[in-house]
Design a protein around this ligand. Sequence first.
Ligand code: HSE
Length: 439
Amino acid sequence: MVAPLKVGIAGLGTVGAEVVRLIEAQGSTLTARSGRGIKVVAVTARSKAKKRGVDLRGIDWANSPQALAEDPNIDCFVELMGGAGDPAFSAIETALKAGKSVVTANKALIAKHGLRLATAAEKHGGALNFEAAVGAAIPVIKTLREGLAGTSINRVYGILNGTCNYILTRMEQEGLPFAECLTDAQRLGYAEANPSFDVDGHDTAQKLAILASLAFGTKVAQSAVYVEGISSIKPEDLRAAEELGYRVKLLGVAVRTAKGIEQRVHPTMVPKSSSIAQVMGVTNAVTVDGEGIPPITLVGPGAGGAATASAVLADIADVARGIRAKPFGRPVDKLRATSKAPMERHEGGYYIRLMARDLAGTAATIAKRLAEQKISLESIVQRHPDGVDINGTAKKPSPVPVILITYATSEDAVYRALEKVQRDKVISGRPQVIRIEKN
Ligand code: HSE
């Protein structure tokens, strides 16, 4: 009979408490599935007195995460505190150097220190599992690392932040402004403590950097991700997208191009018919394009106590089974360096919304500037002009929205054309530009 896997948990917030509860409630199923008992033997958190709704009797209380990581009585250190630095980083490194396995849900830490920690795991023989760090209950890490180990991946992209998808969904469905939807997302507890982390795209960038490493064998590097958030998106963009057959999503995209691996996070128009466009609210989704196989899309809850605990338990079960996969799918010294792709060289379709002066020759000027850059248009829509007042007398012409959808072109060409259009003084304000991602 193999002795049970002895687990120590640092962090008893919503996720940590749920992990303790599930290990207790599902002990026999976990044992049957992993072939070994799993027992929480020690925990630590900021406050010992806090009520958590779980029974901690019979479980040791460690004085600090570091003390827990050093505890010779535990085999597996589970880090659920969060934060890219200490105490999480030092405690995890200590546990790995002691030959223990580590399970963490900490995307920020893995995006920042993943390589150093993976090196320690490889050297000392423990596992470093972080399924919950991306897409919570969606088993995307395992899919890329193990399930698709035999498939050459061309692109991995997805909706990796529930807060942004919730905001964009409500803006689209109810015509509400960004700020109002963000306030609701905070009230409902979806957003990070600092919501800029969500809406400015950094949370998605950390998750994408991890997926890109697994998909393409590159060194995990958040600095290699181009990042743009959703705060500039207006209800009128979502309305225009809808009419033209698109939806706007904050996507993280990692794609193999002739010039290298491009990693980018930005608001993106996706065809309404695509799987990713159907994903609404706080739900997350990841699509993987593999060589020779149709795209695979995984959809599910990307945040929350139960969803995150589900992935943490799966990782603990793998440790109990004795699985020691390379954290990033291959040895750290085989991972290739990657750098930030220059977005001016990005190629794709573009949505452009301009406020055009409602005067003869404006459309011709815009068309000429696009043609000079060899940009071909898939569609052009001009909104109703408002040049007549209620008495029927002509008003001073006010700007009217003009929406352009281009065929694939380079970002450089788009901005060169728009600069000239601005200099021609046929538009007012700054053009809105949104990249299009085709499936
Ligand atoms: N704030 C994140 C989100 C939580 O909205 O998806 C999960 O990482």
